[in-house]
Each structure stands twice: as C-alpha cells, then as structure tokens.
Write a new protein. Structure first.
Length: 95
C-alpha cells in the first residue's frame, strides 16, 4: 500500500524553504518518494484549517516514509525546514 505525506507549512523564509525543497525532494526520491502536489494558496472548503503552503508526497509504504524521515542525511534538511517554516505533517495510507 502506498503512503501519502501531507505537510502543512507556514513559511517564514522563502529562499531557505526553496533550497530545502529541492534537496528534500531529491533525497525522498532515494526512498521511493515523489511529490504529488504543492499548493501555495490552498482553498479551504470546510473548517478552520488554513495552511499557507501544502505539500503532498507519495511513498511506496509507511516504512519508506519513516526511513526517509529518520535518515541521517535528512536531519540537516529537517533543521533547515524548521528554521524556514512552521510545519505539521501526517502519514495516511492509501489503497
């Protein structure tokens, strides 16, 4: 089953976030990850959720997401993301 990662970001430093994005997408590919969507102004249709930047990634499995997220190579990128944005993320498993 595929796993999708949804990341809701509020970006504070766009140049740093753009640098992070390129490096993170390249690394995610090594774990079978690929971007499905990036929306800088997502439309809220219900509720109070109002992300300013929403990203959806697809991985071959939940374990592949965990392997990517916990990879030693990702740790400096995660620090870069945390400095450039406030984020929330979750994993959902597809069919």
């Amino acid at each position: 089953m595929t796993a999708h990662v949804l990341i809701d970001l509020t970006v504070h430093d766009l140049p740093a976030m753009t640098e992070y994005e390129g490096a993170a997408i390249a690394l995610a590919a090594q774990f079978g990850g690929k971007p499905l969507a990036k929306e800088l102004h997502p439309e809220t249709v219900e509720g109070r959720w109002s992300p300013t930047w929403l990203v959806v990634l697809e991985f071959p499995s939940r374990q592949a997401v965990r392997d990517f997220y916990n990879a030693p190579e990702y740790q400096p990128l995660k620090a870069m993301r945390n400095a450039a944005a406030t984020s929330n993320g979750l994993i959902v498993v597809g069919e």
